[in-house]
Design a protein around this ligand. Structure first.
Ligand SMILES: Cc1cc2nc3c(=O)[nH]c(=O)nc-3n(C[C@H](O)[C@H](O)[C@H](O)COP(=O)(O)O)c2cc1C
Length: 178
């Protein structure tokens, strides 16, 4: 089984990226030993800001198709959303918009677990709601979702140190078992 992970943030020290790396590690060692994980870096999918004029004049930039190809090669996906003013980071939204211009079925019906985390007490629950509402229209088969509040209190050195959060992460990932 191939798992694809993406943090919907372009921060090099992304806490959502740390959550995705931790979740992928748990998945491939404990939940589905033998599974492999590929983690994408949103910075590898940077494109000009979407505009209909740019699309008409220059077509759709190659990274949008590359992104879709990585999803096609995976059996399941995990995403973790950074919350910027209650919604997606611009970096993710731009990739999402360009990819949707190829075909709206971006996630190609892959089983998915959606996470969000933030340093605050809601853990990015706002952006997670946005993503959950959008999911069915973009081919995401969401099996579980989890907002992780107070990231800096529950993670140390990239690992979850809070037993309750740790259980919740594992329970969410179990939903992807083959
Ligand atoms: C422009 C901007 C807007 C933000 N808005 C929110 C917000 O609405 N809710 C929230 O919980 N955190 C918000 N934050 C704080 C982010 O949750 C925090 O920067 C977090 O580290 C983002 O995740 P990342 O490290 O994976 O990029 C915002 C941060 C930025 C830079």
């Amino acid at each position: 089984m191939k798992l694809l992970g993406l943090a919907a943030s372009n921060s090099r020290r992304s806490i959502n990226g740390q959550l995705i790396a931790h979740a992928a590690d748990i998945f491939t060692t404990e939940i589905e030993p033998g599974a492999s994980a590929e983690i994408l870096d949103l910075n590898d999918y940077e494109m000009p800001i979407y505009s209909i004029d740019r699309q008409n004049e220059g077509g759709i930039p190659a990274p949008a198709q590359r992104f879709r190809d990585r999803i096609a090669a995976a059996d399941a996906v995990i995403l973790s959303f950074a919350e910027h003013n209650g919604t997606y980071s611009v970096a993710y939204k731009n990739l999402f918009d360009w990819a949707s211009r190829i075909d709206r079925n971006i996630y190609q019906d892959r089983p998915a677990v959606l996470f969000s985390t933030s340093p605050g007490g809601r853990g990015g629950a706002g952006v997670l709601d946005v993503a959950l509402r959008a999911a069915p229209r973009f081919g995401m088969d969401v099996r579980a979702h989890l907002a992780v509040p107070s990231f800096n209190d529950v993670f140390t050195d990239g690992k979850c140190v809070d037993p309750e959060t740790s259980r919740a992460i594992r329970a969410a990932l179990q939903s992807l078992r083959g």
